[in-house]
Design a binder for this molecule. Structure first.
Ligand code: ADP
Ligand code: ZN
Length: 723
């Protein structure tokens, strides 16, 4: 009989699985985790389904699988997702696999499921460490292996040694009891008519057990969450699982509490802030089906659900769903793929859907469920423009007199105000008054941003930090460096000067104290302990601040006019979402936008509250230019530590592009961030019609492209965010 072989995909930068011999008596199935030899060491990989006939390999040269691991296998739909993503993004299959293994499933992560107890036998050799461990275990109780080592103050190898000697035996621990499952009828809420209609469609979709995409398109405060909770409840009733993707971990606290109020328990949380141990446990219980609902960041996409019955992507327009390093993918789009592979419905929720999603809804590929009014009858605030060309503030100040007066009224009436400025830190630029020198990052094409709280100049692209120098590094003049332009910290200074009695707070992702402090601060705002909030885009996301009566957008133009077609969409979404924070409680909300370009179509649509007008003009512009979603797009960024090497390779790469009547290759040109972390970047864009298989074209291109030499790298991003 010829020796049996299996294909094992390794979590490395490789596209194809490696073949290994299967030792006699070992049975494995696709999805199983196995330990295999690689070079001089071993590695954990996954038995991969064989496509087509087994390759004819010289089995004499193959190494054998070392062991089959007692970890949760990857379910077939997850392996298909990994294959699909690798094909679509052109990332090596092994790197996509790595994202599915990175969390909790690394070797040893399942450790706590193995326990040890004393057998009573004496070890052959006694050491102080061994004696200590045996004394600890002399009570006869089972302890987790790592726990025993920790409590006994010995290294894990001491535990293993005693097991080998027969003084300890290993026991497979029963899984920890699953958390009390969510109760679909714990606290059902009375829905409005519109909510009820939408919920009914979603319940039916869950019952139908079929793939379908629903766009839950509801104005801010319309109660989208309550609606999709009904779909989650239905999935739980049917014994199936639900996945809820959320864009920002810091904000999940309020969400978890709402979930708790509705279902009696919190969902399982899944993001990088959850401990490895806890993640290993969640992963096991997601696989066993004990965990019914997972709320998580984009990495939750790769969990081994036993029976996924529903996926939800909340705030589907949020840019945080796009991963731009390593494997470039959009979590919303991949969630749609996963739902298709699992044959379950998916809900995309937003008050400002992405252009891609809006077009899919208009084409009828996604089913739109509209919630046109706020729950409880509150009005979405109207936005009033303040023309900075005519009624701007005096030099060195950023709050126009009219906005100042409105904030005053609001505060006098006991309301809260929120000022939005999407610039972190104190000032976006630091300049020498004497010679005009601008402080820039030594390794990126970007200005250094002053952060006063931290007393540092910081690069927002690479994280470089330096103290603010006493003298200009160019001309040596003392005390000549001045901040130019506003950041949120500086705006707070102005607020404090204008309204000395007001309690103010800056909400920005980079302040000291991390997630815990941010949660506390969001809570303080919700409770009315703050009068004026100054915030970055962090405040645009889904918060409920009941006392908030006024929103002022300090500079609505920041995002516009950069030549990036997506800037209009972003600005619209941000300003609309920020304004949507106001007027959710008793007080009626009002919004003001300071702008230099009140006649810009985006600004006009915002002011008129005419969302349809915005989508009309933006969709027409994208269609005209054949931009996504009307055309397909991929970016190829060539980077190198030498500018000349990056440019030269980009030119050679462009010249090697296969001729196709359908594909247009634009560039090469310097990438929007021409230098990043000391690497010079040149970019090519490939554009093709919608029906064209751009990924296949890119693969064919890569096959004939010149190989990058030295430290030259090429990064491919299919569906890039900027184009
Ligand atoms: P959205 O996500 O659409 O902005 P939310 O789901 O956050 O809206 O709902 C806005 C507010 O209205 C929340 O405070 C929520 O608790 C409340 N709400 C929504 N629907 C209901 C309902 N059916 N019964 C009671 N309160 C509701
Ligand atoms: Zn930098």
């Amino acid at each position: 009989m010829s020796p049996r072989t299996v294909d094992v995909l390794l979590p490395l930068g490789l596209d194809a699985p490696y073949s290994y011999l299967l030792p006699e008596g070992m049975e494995v199935a696709p999805g199983d985790l196995v330990h295999v030899p690689l070079a001089t060491k071993g590695m954990v990989g996954v038995v991969w389904p064989r496509t087509g006939a087994p390759q004819t390999v010289d089995t004499g040269k193959l190494k054998a699988v070392k062991a089959k691991l007692d970890y949760v296998p990857l379910p077939p739909d997850l392996m298909k997702l990994i294959d699909w993503m690798a094909d679509y993004t052109l990332a090596p299959r092994g790197m996509v696999l790595r994202m599915a293994l990175r969390h909790g499933e690394a070797p040893g992560a399942g450790r706590e499921r193995v326990g040890v107890r004393a057998t009573g036998a004496k070890p052959e050799r006694m050491t102080a460490a061994r004696a200590r461990l045996l004394a600890l275990l002399s009570d006869g109780f089972v302890r987790g292996k790592s726990e025993a080592a920790r409590e006994g103050g010995v290294s894990p190898s001491v535990v293993d040694g005693l097991v080998d000697d027969g003084a300890l035996e290993t026991v497979v621990l029963p899984p920890e009891p699953a958390a009390y499952p969510p109760d679909p009828d714990h606290a059902a809420v009375a829905l409005s008519e519109a909510q009820d209609a939408a919920a009914q469609v979603l319940r039916q979709a869950v019952d139908a057990r079929a793939f379908a995409v629903h766009l839950l398109d509801g104005v801010t405060g319309s109660g989208k969450t309550e609606v999709y909770f009904e779909a989650v409840a239905e999935a739980i009733r049917r014994g199936r699982q639900a996945l809820i993707l959320l864009p920002e971990i810091a904000l999940t606290q309020a969400f978890l509490e709402r979930f708790h109020a509705r279902f009696g328990v919190k969902p399982a949380e899944w993001h990088s802030g959850v401990s490895t141990r806890r993640r290993a446990r969640i992963l096991n219980e997601v696989a066993s089906g004990a965990v019914k609902v997972v709320a998580g960041a984009r990495s939750a996409l790769f969990l081994p659900f036993r029976d996924l019955g529903l996926a939800i992507v909340d705030e589907e327009h949020d840019p945080a769903y796009k991963q731009e390093d390593g494997v470039c993918y959009h979590a919303r789009d991949m969630a749609v793929v996963r739902a298709r592979l699992c044959a379950c419905p998916i809900v995309l929720a937003s008050a400002t859907p992405s252009i891609e999603t809006e077009v899919n809804a208009r084409r009828g590929r996604y089913n739109r469920l509209a919630l046109p009014v706020r729950f409880g009858g509150a009005k979405v605030p109207a936005l009033t423009p303040i023309d900075l060309r005519k009624e701007g503030p005096p030099r060195g100040r950023w709050i126009a007199p009219r906005l100042e007066a409105e904030i005053n009224h609001t505060l006098e009436a006991g309301g809260q105000a929120l000022l939005f400025l999407n610039r972190r830190g104190y000032a976006p630029l630091t300049l020498c008054r004497s010679c005009g020198h601008r402080m820039r990052c030594p390794s990126c094409t970007s200005w250094l941003v002053e952060h006063r709280y931290r007393r540092r100049l910081t690069c927002h692209h690479c994280g470089y930090q330096a103290p603010v120098p006493d003298a200009c590094p160019a001309c040596g003049e003392k005390d000549s460096l001045v901040p130019v332009g506003p950041g949120v910290e500086r705006l707070q200074e102005e607020v404090n000067a204008l309204f000395p009695a007001a309690r103010t707070l800056v909400l920005s992702s980079d302040l000291l104290g991390g997630v815990e402090r941010m949660r506390a601060e969001l809570d303080a705002v919700a409770k009315g302990e703050v009068d004026v909030v100054v915030g970055t885009q962090l405040v645009a996301k889904g918060h409920n601040f009941p006392g908030l009566a006024l929103v002022g957008v300090v500079d609505a133009d920041v995002g516009l006019g950069h030549g990036d077609p997506r800037a209009a969409e972003r600005t619209f979404q941000l300003v609309h979402q920020v304004a949507g924070r106001a007027g959710r409680g008793a007080a009626e909300g009002r919004g003001f936008v300071q702008t230099h370009m009140p006649e810009h179509p985006v600004m006009r649509a915002l002011v008129k509250g005419d969302r349809a007008a915005f989508y009309e003009s933006e969709i027409a512009a994208r269609q005209e230019a054949m931009l996504p979603p009307f055309g397909r797009m991929a970016s190829l960024v060539v980077s190198a530590s030498e500018a000349i090497a990056a440019e030269a390779h980009a030119r050679k790469l462009a010249a090697s592009a296969p001729i196709s009547p359908e594909v247009r290759v634009l560039g090469p040109a310097e990438a929007p961030l021409a230098v990043l972390r000391g690497r010079h970047r040149w970019r090519l864009l490939a554009r093709a019609p919608r029906a064209f298989d751009l990924s296949a074209y890119l693969r064919a291109w890569r096959a004939v492209a010149p190989r990058p030499k030295g430290n030259v790298r090429v990064a491919i991003d299919v569906d890039p965010q900027s184009f």
